[in-house]
Design a binder for this molecule. Structure first.
Ligand code: ADP
Length: 217
């Protein structure tokens, strides 16, 4: 299965793709995670990336493409993958056509109100990147990752001003890609979230059931 997981910031792309990775044995490539790793390093590239991410702007296509190609080249041919966070613009989608075929779009449909509430209470493990929410998806012990014991932190771009910018970028540049993929006749598997405290498991099971129908899982 070569999939793109698609949805607004905070729709749950990271949460669902990491669970699908565990259950289906596919790889995940999350451009946001890659950039957060780069930002930890005091390198020129790390500083450059931080300049974009911390304002809620898109990282330049040149950097994104290099990072993506490098990750994709490490995935064995027979292994499936989920792209999380790429493509984000029409230009990136067209570039992807020349890099790899895609079998399916996993679309996460989440109302804006839920997105904003979720993003402002989201926490991430500094060590392994697992996503929590201090109101709706709590770790067993406050501030500590269930999986690896690492410390939880709030992403620097999960603050109200930057969230507003990211949602604007999503509406203007990324959302129109849904139409682009529809026109390419790619199959869509859609998961709709209706309440803020909806646990992820049933949605993950639904996605897997739909993928099985398409013979992709
Ligand atoms: P979210 O989907 O919650 O906004 P991500 O972790 O996917 O978060 O991305 C965080 C930030 O990384 C984005 O706001 C953007 O600055 C940058 N980024 C991630 N993927 C891309 C991409 N494909 N193109 C440009 N910038 C990107």
């Amino acid at each position: 299965m070569k999939a793109i997981i698609f949805g607004a910031p905070g729709a749950g792309k990271g949460t669902y793709s990491s669970r699908l990775k565990e259950k289906l044995g596919v790889e995940t490539i999350a451009t946001g995670d890659i950039f957060r790793d780069l930002m930890k390093a005091e390198s020129d590239l790390g500083r450059k990336v931080r300049g974009y991410v911390e304002k809620g702007h898109l990282v330049s296509d040149e950097i994104v493409l290099e990072v993506l190609k490098e990750r994709l080249s490490k995935i064995p041919k027979e292994k499936g993958f989920i792209l999380d966070g790429y493509p984000r613009t029409l230009e990136q989608a067209k570039t992807l056509d020349n890099i790899t075929p895609i079998d399916v779009i996993l679309l996460l449909d989440v109302p804006d109100q839920i997105i904003i509430e979720r993003l402002s209470s989201r926490r991430i493990c500094r060590n392994c990147g697992t996503v929590y929410n201090i109101r709706f998806l709590k770790p067993k012990k406050e501030g500590v990752c269930d999986k690896c014991g690492g410390p939880l932190y709030q992403r620097s771009d999960d603050n109200p001003d930057v969230i507003r910018n990211r949602l604007k970028v999503y509406q203007e540049q990324t959302k129109p890609l849904i139409e682009y993929f529809r026109k390419k006749n790619l199959p869509f598997v859609t998961a709709t979230t209706t309440s803020i405290d909806q646990p992820p498991e049933p949605i993950v099971e639904k996605l897997i059931a739909e993928l099985k129908k398409l013979k992709l899982a």
